[in-house]
Design a binder for this molecule. Structure first.
Ligand SMILES: Cc1cc2nc3c(=O)[nH]c(=O)nc-3n(C[C@H](O)[C@H](O)[C@H](O)COP(=O)(O)O)c2cc1C
Length: 385
């Protein structure tokens, strides 16, 4: 496989070398001009941490509790569609790596491995739900998640309509008659991936939605299928409807506005994910790092605040918590590692995050997750942005 990885950006380079071009572009890209994608990373990196010294930081506890369960890190894996194609039966590998590290994994509705397949390997993972027009099918998915023992239901609400991703067009993933030929050429240039995933990792289908799309409809026109089947009429009434079928922790993913956060708190959900879908939907929207502080002011202490978008290191996790999150999620970070090295890569990235968090906490004089708050941020600039 070649190449050592000391950071998530190293894993990104390895993923690029291993994945067929269209799959890397799908993973790496954002919508339109990728303004929000860039902001997610840059705004988080620009958050200045306050160095403190000569405190006893010889023992640091990174664990935290969320929804009544202990997590060894305040970090979980965000749902990433098609991640089962980044490595052989990829979602199973990622779920196992997360469970071994003692943190939650979230399975996307748009995964290659089904809820049931992942559950045979590991129970307790979270399930991410999209509401499609066929509500009977949505009810079935909720029931399947319940039967599989999923630890939380994450309802993603920022995909009422799909944002356009130019890179998917250019790479032949969507919108082109020549797509299949172009993709096949790209696959032939990546023999390691072809052997590992396309041959030994079959079937390459959309595990959860196969009953709706049929087994042949896998990759091509995924976003077209999304556009035809996702329901743009979804409102808080539908959240109530989901709540009535799911007694466990319910999390709304895709909140960027304090008023929406207040509404979530008033509607009986257990948590929100402050997220702009990794810069893949409304380009020009606020970065998560900027959206988070006013949302924390609005609902902190009433519901759990999770946040994702732009996390590329353990330092970024600490920044996200200091800005007001109780828990951080990571999308591309784990998916790059899965693409590069399978479950071993995911496990390694979680080790890197842990080590980086230890350094950030020691040098900001925090010995437990509860101590991370805005006090560890430099006053000049950060919150006043
Ligand atoms: C390739 C890819 C696929 C994604 N698929 C989903 C999905 O199926 N459901 C969902 O709720 N979010 C999805 N997301 C958004 C992530 O859950 C998460 O919000 C985002 O990746 C966080 O930003 P980050 O990649 O900078 O960590 C996807 C993101 C990527 C990069």
């Amino acid at each position: 496989m070649g190449g050592k990885a000391a950071s998530i950006s190293d894993y990104r380079a390895l993923a690029k070398a291993r994945l067929p071009h269209f799959l890397f572009e799908y993973l790496d890209g954002g919508s339109y001009d990728e303004v929000t994608l860039r902001r997610n990373v840059e705004d988080l990196q620009n958050v200045a941490l306050k160095q403190r010294v000569l405190r006893d930081v010889s023992t640091i506890d990174l664990s935290t509790k969320l929804f009544g369960r202990r997590s060894s890190l305040p970090v979980g894996l965000s749902p990433v569609g098609l991640s089962g194609l980044y490595a052989r039966r990829g979602e199973v590998q990622a779920a196992k790596a997360a469970a071994a590290a003692g943190i939650p994994f979230t399975l996307s509705t748009l995964s290659a491995c089904s809820i049931e397949e992942v559950a045979t390997a590991e129970r307790g993972f979270w399930f991410q739900l999209y509401i499609v027009k066929d509500r009977g099918f949505v009810s079935d998915m909720i029931a399947r998640a319940k039967a599989a023992g999923c630890g939380a239901l994450v309802l993603t609400v920022d995909l009422a309509v799909p944002g356009t991703r130019y890179r998917d067009y250019r790479a032949g993933l969507s919108g082109s008659m020549r797509g299949p030929v172009s993709r096949m050429t790209q696959v032939l240039r990546r023999p390691d991936w072809a052997w590992d995933v396309a041959l030994r990792g079959r079937p390459m289908t959309m595990g959860n939605i196969e009953p709706l799309v049929g087994s042949g409809a896998a990759l091509s026109d995924l976003m077209g299928w999304v556009a035809r089947n996702f329901d743009a009429s979804v409102t808080w009434t539908d959240v109530e409807w989901v709540r009535s079928q799911w007694a466990g922790p319910l999390v709304i993913k895709g909140i960027l506005d304090p008023d929406d956060a207040r509404e979530a708190a008033a509607n009986g959900v257990d948590g929100i994910v402050v997220s702009n879908h990794g810069g893949r939907q409304l380009d020009g929207a606020l970065s998560s790092a900027r959206a988070l502080p006013p949302i924390a002011d609005a609902v902190s202490g009433r519901i759990a605040i999770l946040a994702d978008g732009g996390i590329r290191s353990g330092l970024d996790v600490v920044r996200m918590l200091a800005l007001g999150a109780n828990f951080a999620l990571m999308g591309r970070g784990w998916a790059y590692a899965l693409a590069a090295r399978g479950g071993t890569g995911v496990a390694h990235v979680l080790k890197l995050i842990e080590a980086e968090m230890r350094v950030a906490m020691a040098l900001t004089a925090c010995t437990s997750i509860g101590e991370i708050d805005e006090q560890i941020l430099e006053r000049s600039g950060n919150r006043a942005q």
